[in-house]
Design a protein around this ligand. Sequence first.
Ligand SMILES: *Cc1c(COP(=O)(O)O)cnc(C)c1O
Length: 456
Amino acid sequence: MTTYIQESDFTMVEEGFVARDLMEEIINEFSQTDDRDAFFVADLGDVVKKHIRFLKALPRVKPFYAVKCNSSRGIVQILAEMGAGFDCASKAEIELVQGIGVNADHIIYANPCKQISQIKYAARNGVQMMTFDNEVELSKVSRNHPNAKMVLRVATDDSKSSGRLSVKFGAPLKACRRLLEMAKNLNVEVIGVSFHVGSGCRDPQAYAQSIADARLVFEMATEFGHSMTLLDIGGGFPGTEDAKIRFEEIADVINPALDRYFPQGVDIIAEPGRYYVASAFSLAVNIIAKKEVSSESTDSDDEEGCPNKSIMYYVNDGVYGSFNCIFFDHAHPKPILHKKPSPEQPLYKSSLWGPTCDGLDRIAEQLDLPELYVGDWLLFNNMGAYTVAASSTFNGFQQTRINYAMPRGAWAAVQLLQRGFQQPEEKETVCTPMTCGWEISDSLCFAPTFASTGII
Ligand SMILES: *Cc1c(COP(=O)(O)O)cnc(C)c1O
């Protein structure tokens, strides 16, 4: 496989590196100047670890990363390097991943409602796997993409997820029969079923239920003469350690459900977004302005007043930028102080505001913080999912720069993964203890199993 990553775009860091170290370095560099723009540090080693963890926890499932979650170049490239597939929802996302050399058969166009010109684009560029959940889509596809391999998206119970998707997408079970019949009549090939339990899913049973539902749809489709070979279990997996439920707990429900309802003969894919990127990104913002507000309780004022004052801080990224996750992803980002405060420092009720002129641009309030100053830094962890993806340049504030860090050991692991995927017969050699110090030998042993499914 080609090496897409140019080392110059990255800081290669030695083992033992934590994102915080690179952050510290950048902050140090900034301290020589007045230029203290907000910035991200993206730890690509974290993405590599997530991938290995995915292969271990869900050995039968091939991940197709959902590009919409974070389409930054470093993320897409590292995942391509490791042989992941991609869930694209638009022409531009297809262009992005094909632009770095990803094969069309590693792409699923997972948007059930597509513009005709974009369906044609997919057809011209060899992207065949596409989802649908309605009749109109089927007739559009039959006219514009005769070679499409359609995947029927079914609705789920997403009531226990933070980002509900089945309000917009997914055919109810009782509509599936009609859709499958219509596909047959239109000569449109249906190869599988997909679902999404909702983003930020807290109920692993939702996956089991949808896998069972998918089985029913497989049976129905087979009756209509469709040759069903693909199950797509979507996304919804947690991306941070503080999530209500661990990824492995979800996997412990998914695996037996797959073995019960799909014991063999199908390719199984997933479309994880948040899972891969949430914890990889840390954000540093700088305080650009500050305003003290005296307490409203003017009556009971004791003139010392200090504990009564509250402070508004204005920082150089906000809800029109990376913090759009507050509105679009129900996030509640909490700052970490760059300078450790001493315990004697009094705390003040504080609020954090973005740099734009909109009153809506508020990041957090009711924080208890020691007094901070213009030029101080605040850090935010777990800022990789649904942040950079939807950030705008509203009011002339530029998108926040991403600094990628690739730990040397993780890079070695990526190369081993590539060999593992490409040459399954080398199982024994690949599984010998690693020199890179990464505990990846177990998961690499999954590679041959994987390759034998023919997906890779
Ligand atoms: C958004 C989306 C995903 C990714 O969801 P996560 O919850 O971030 O894993 C996957 N598939 C589809 C179709 C989506 O719309």
